[in-house]
Design a binder for this molecule. Structure first.
Ligand code: SF4
Ligand code: SF4
Length: 217
């Protein structure tokens, strides 16, 4: 029988900010690609990921859906995810040599690993270390900001909070009101994913404009 693990069981019990050092350095992965093998539907994608993939690959969301992205439902929220390669079951962006071919614009889930995010009641979040996930034996301390390698991190973190709030609102009504949840999911998909981003323009400005459209619709 499955049981929910506690924060203390999956972490070192500490919460971190992006300015903190965390023991997660893994020697540039040293030939390991363990975390790129487990890709059933676990690498969830948010609008920033879709914007980054669109910019990096030159493909719209519709084109990504025909190749490397599919949809799943997580706690009532329709969620895009990276598909696995059918021939060997690893992420489709992993090279034969075991390297990420989209390293520069890889999704936020991949950037975080083995970090996770834990959300607080006020909508803010902290980072934590998933201590059982990465098998590298002698991890070094790395500043979380450097580990993530995301430009304009404060804007990114503001986006993460806003996106969490939007999806949490859908999640919250999933059990009580399936019709409303379906309608919100369809609207969310259209506004934040299916409508193509201008990858020559700033992501955050476009996201903020879409939040207004989504909330006003
Ligand atoms: S499991 Fe750890 S060492 Fe292996 S690829 Fe992932 S982050 Fe790198
Ligand atoms: S996108 Fe890159 S880092 Fe992420 S699972 Fe695929 S190969 Fe690994």
């Amino acid at each position: 029988m499955k049981r929910n693990l506690t924060f203390e069981e999956i972490s070192d019990g500490k919460r971190y900010s992006s300015s903190d050092l965390a023991k997660i350095g893994c020697g540039d992965c040293a030939g390991c690609f363990e975390c790129c093998k487990v890709t059933e539907d676990t690498i969830h994608l948010d609008p920033y990921d879709i914007y980054s993939l669109s910019a990096g690959l030159g493909h719209s969301f519709a084109e990504l859906m025909g190749s490397s992205v599919n949809l799943t439902v997580v706690d009532g929220v329709v969620t895009p995810y990276l598909t696995k390669r059918e021939s060997d079951g690893v992420c489709g962006f992993l090279s034969k040599e075991g390297r990420c071919t989209i390293h520069e614009f890889r999704p936020g889930f991949c950037r975080l690993f083995p970090l996770g995010r834990i959300y607080n009641d006020d909508g803010s979040f902290d980072y934590f270390i998933q201590v059982h996930e990465c098998p590298y034996p002698a991890k070094t301390k790395v500043k979380i900001k450097s580990w993530l390698g995301i430009p304009s991190l404060s804007r990114y973190e503001a986006f993460v909070r806003a996106w969490h709030e939007i999806t949490a609102n859908i999640r919250d009504c999933a059990d009580e009101n399936p019709a409303l949840t379906k309608e919100a999911n369809l609207r969310m998909l259209k506004v934040f994913f299916e409508t193509p981003y201008n990858t020559e323009e700033d992501f955050y400005t476009q996201f903020e404009e879409r939040v207004v459209i989504y909330q006003g619709a």
